[in-house]
Design a protein around this ligand. Structure first.
Ligand code: FAD
Ligand code: SF4
Length: 473
């Protein structure tokens, strides 16, 4: 019986196909990719689980509207080229999304199978088909004839890259300005390569370049050129700001300036972007061989930091989190992977003071916490329990409690309204800021969020900017 002849009942009886992965004892000291991807046979079997709903809720669950209802049945039928073309048309960063999207809260969370069986593994299938396509040179992407309109994009994270790709496909002349020496935003400087290999980012950025997008790195807008200058002498008609939220927050306790305490952003950027683990690196991190490393926080950034520390030789790598494990905002898969690799999780504790000798961190004074009344986030507010202080021997502390937008653009741009949190104010229906011709989206608007929400914002703004440019607004 071919897959297309199977009944709905037979399809639903197929269990969700697990993602093959490197064994924990192999991967805990290696930067090789942990998830290995489906082979063709497994992909077809997983795709066959899709029951082709008449009104597929998964598509609405994807912020960039990937036509899941088309590409998944094509995989089930073995039409990989057809599926690849759909995915390439809908998502400029499909191999990345297939790896890092929180699918459980997006497309897969909406899948009708989720309640009784488990959802179709849409992310794993998107990754499979995007990898299959890349290995064969990539499906062609149609680009409209030049319109003569010039657009500047500030920041090359997922928001900026998606906006740039969508505008380029509509025929506009797009230049992306990126402050760092490599494009990709958090994809390049934050997410470690054992989750997102660098050749995947390079290939997807390469495809966007092939659409005609110009990319200028080492270009900090607000310093070299301001947004007003881009819209003035530089001759751009519109600007999209996708500058993210890359300024780290600190805890604000004594001893935070000791050597050995750093922000997760600094730690991950040094390791991911500046190869700090190499002995000849110009921006090294501390020698983590045999070290006791504590990471403060419970999100993806904390998980990436602690697992990176383990891979750099840490003897003890521990997450110290003020709420419970269930409250941790990190993806479940990350928490499970971290624990399998030997990461310790210490919930309901908070740091009180970093203690050191000769200016170098040696210990952290902690206090136990309990769950209080719900706070604004709906989670129960953690409060310290009197007289429960204790001290942990820690050589390296990494603070991963969140990031804020860098203030440079709002300080150097006239007429750009922002919130008290430092994020840029936009009309949510269009992505337009209060400044004429300027749009914004991604973490600079929402604060730290997700890759796919940033991409959705880039797509929305591109659509609106295109309409505005065509109508001469
Ligand atoms: P960014 O990715 O931050 O990109 C902004 C870019 O703008 C940067 O490259 C920056 O250098 C550049 N820039 C800033 N200012 C200027 C300027 N003045 N001039 C020129 N360029 C400028 N989300 C997920 O969905 N899944 C995950 O697994 C996940 N893991 C994460 C792990 C870490 C460590 C971190 C920090 C975040 C993670 N996130 C994850 C969140 C996700 O990466 C972000 O929400 C997303 O990258 C935001 O995209 P963006 O384009 O808005 O900004
Ligand atoms: Fe799901 Fe993300 Fe792919 Fe959209 S881009 S279909 S949310 S995995």
């Amino acid at each position: 019986m071919t897959t297309t002849e199977m009944s709905t009942k037979e399809r639903m009886a197929i269990p969700r196909q697990p993602m093959p992965e490197l064994a924990p004892e192999t991967r805990r000291r290696s930067f090789a990719e942990v998830n290995l991807g489906y082979d063709a046979e497994t992909a077809i079997r997983e795709a066959t689980r899709c029951i082709s709903c008449r009104r597929p809720p998964c598509v609405a669950g994807c912020p960039v509207g990937v036509r899941i209802d088309l590409f998944v049945p094509m995989i089930a039928a073995g039409d990989f080229a057809g599926a690849a073309q759909i995915v390439a048309d809908d998502n400029a960063l499909a191999a990345i999304c297939g790896r890092v999207c929180p699918q459980e809260a997006q497309c897969e969370g909406a899948c009708v199978l989720e309640r009784k069986h488990r959802s179709v593994a849409i992310g794993n299938l998107e990754r499979f088909i995007a990898d299959w396509d890349r290995e064969r040179g990539g499906s062609p992407v149609e680009v409209a004839p030049p319109t003569g309109h010039r657009v500047a994009v500030v920041g090359s994270g997922p928001a900026g890259l998606t906006c740039a790709a969508d505008l380029a496909r509509r025929g506009h002349d797009v230049t992306v300005f990126e402050a760092l020496h490599e494009p990709g935003g958090v994809l390049a400087y934050g997410i470690p390569q054992y989750r997102l290999p660098r050749n995947i980012i390079a290939a997807e950025v390469g495809r966007i370049r092939d659409m005609g997008v110009a990319l200028e790195t080492d270009a900090v807008i607000g310093m070299a050129d301001t947004i007003d200058e881009l819209l003035g002498d530089a001759g751009f008609e519109a600007v999209f700001i996708g500058s993210g939220a890359g300024a780290p927050r600190f805890i604000g306790i004594p001893g935070e300036d000791l050597v050995g305490v750093s922000s997760a952003n600094e730690f991950l950027t040094r390791v991911n972007l500046m190869k700090a683990y190499r002995p000849d690196a110009t921006t090294p991190v501390y020698d983590l061989e045999g070290a006791h490393v504590a990471v403060f926080g419970g999100g993806n950034t904390a998980m990436d930091s602690v697992r990176t520390a383990l891979r750099l030789g840490a003897d003890r790598a521990v997450i110290m989190y003020r709420r419970t494990v269930e409250d941790m905002p990190a993806r479940r898969e990350e928490v499970v992977h971290a624990e399998d690799e030997g990461v310790e999780i210490m919930p309901l504790v908070a740091p009180v003071e970093f203690l050191g000798e000769d200016g170098r961190l040696t210990r952290v004074k902690m206090i136990r916490m309990e769950q209080g009344e719900p706070d604004a986030s709906g989670r129960r507010r953690p409060t310290p329990i009197d007289s429960t202080e204790f001290v942990e021997e820690i050589d390296v502390a990494i603070v991963a409690i969140g990031n804020d937008p860098n203030p440079i653009l709002r300080r150097t741009t006239a007429d750009l309204a922002h919130t008290s949190r430092g994020t840029i104010e936009v009309d949510p229906a269009t992505g337009a800021t209060t400044k004429r011709g300027v749009y914004a989206g991604g973490d600079i608007v929402t604060g730290g969020a997700t890759v796919i929400l940033a991409m959705g914002a880039g797509r929305l703004a591109a659509r609106e900017m295109d309409a505005g440019l065509r109508h001469g607004e």
